[in-house]
Ligand binder design. Structure first.
Ligand code: GTP
Length: 353
């Protein structure tokens, strides 16, 4: 097969719109999707400026406010010690809202700060970790938490990771950024910063940035969930830059109807077949498939091919070169409702050469 140039492949992916016009027509509307990003960015810019309206509560913080007698007057004056705990920012937002994109922007921007990253991904396959700008000057450390969701199953791991960072890597970074899964309920994660002494004494929660995909937000916000099941999209927006640390016992359940299917398989992919397969999925299932993303080893292409899908919006393009000894392994994740793992695997395997 003739060698494919990145440009040729990208246009091949896009050219699918000629015979299945609906999904790819939306490519042109992408710029209007993330209408609230400007809001998110401004929230981010204000991260280092403490919110003066939010009282600083030193509950369980060992360096608490102290009262000292002034030598000039008989009145006691209160000295609030400088809060030199390490700031942490939580980036939250529904699936595909742009968290990894923002994180990469933070890691590559010139701000002179060294950032430790904790990345939590839904689905067993680590695609985001591979797409985070690991070589970025600002990234001191990237830790992955992929065996569950930060808001429930791996909360203990989060505590351990942060404790490890502030003890073993002390002084090597200035800020911690935590990217949650798109299905995380931020409340229990926020609570961790106040409820765990080991964290509270060393780390201050500086901000909660929630990204909103303006195109699909209403769809997810309006979703009616079964009794006792949390609507994560609502929770994420409710907790944006609002640290309700007096909340107790957050009992919540993820929607059992939402699941993930991961495919990991070595081998070369026929781009044309993949185009048809993914395009057909988009046409038939875009409402139920909230998110699809993948790294593909395309036949004849020297670069890893990355594709991103958020409902009916789809994008694919070559990324960095495969390393000389890097196995050409395909990684794909689907997240959504009524996913049939066998069917998806069968569709994928049909694209292999
Ligand atoms: N038009 C537009 N697209 C964006 C923006 N931010 C991200 N995207 C695209 O949206 C898709 C999803 O972005 P990600 O940054 O991976 O989203 P995420 O929130 O990390 O997704 P999950 O891993 O599912 O939680 C990618 O194709 C991005 O290129 C934006 O501000 N505007």
């Amino acid at each position: 097969m003739a060698s494919l140039t990145p440009e040729l492949v990208a246009s091949t992916f896009f050219s699918f719109s000629h015979f299945t016009p609906k999904p790819f027509l939306h490519l042109s509307t992408r710029s209007s999707r993330f209408l609230t990003h400007s809001h998110s960015s401004s929230t981010l810019l204000s991260l280092n400026a403490p919110n003066p309206t939010r009282p600083y509560r030193a509950r369980r913080f060992t360096v608490s406010a102290t009262a000292t007698a002034s030598p000039q007057t008989d009145h006691a004056s209160t000295v609030i010690p400088h809060d030199n705990r390490i700031p942490a920012t939580i980036i939250t937002g529904f699936l595909g809202s742009g968290k990894t994109t923002l994180l990469n922007h933070i890691l590559t921007a010139e701000h002179g700060k060294k950032i430790a990253v904790i990345e939590n991904e839904f689905g067993e396959v680590d695609i985001d970790g591979s797409l985070v700008a690991t070589k970025a000057a600002g990234a001191e450390d990237i830790m992955m938490l992929n065996n569950g969701c930060l808001c429930c199953t791996v909360r203990g791991d989060l505590v351990r990771m942060i404790s490890e960072l502030v003890t073993k890597k002390k002084g090597k970074f200035d800020h911690i950024v935590i990217e949650t899964t798109g299905l995380a309920n931020p409340a229990p994660i926020i609570q961790t910063f106040y409820a765990e002494n080991t964290i509270f004494n060393k780390v201050k929660l500086d901000g909660v940035v929630t990204l909103v995909d303006a195109k699909h937000a209403t769809f997810h916000l309006d979703e009616v969930k079964p009794n006792g099941v949390v609507n994560e999209a609502v929770e994420q927006i409710a907790y944006a830059d609002q640290h309700d640390h007096d909340h107790h016992a957050h009992v919540h359940t993820h929607d059992p109807g939402v699941s993930s299917v991961s495919i990991v398989c070595e081998g070369s992919i026929d781009l044309e077949k993949a185009n048809v397969w993914l395009g057909t999925l988009l046409l038939d299932r875009s409402e139920d498939i909230y998110r699809m993303k993948g790294l593909l080893a395309i036949e004849g292409m020297n670069e890893r091919f990355v594709f991103q899908g958020v409902h009916d919006i789809f994008q694919g393009s070559p990324e960095r070169l495969w390393g000389p000894d890097e196995p050409r392994i395909n990684n794909i994740v689907f997240i959504g409702k009524k996913l049939d793992a066998k069917e998806l695997e069968k569709g994928f395997k049909a694209c292999l050469l």
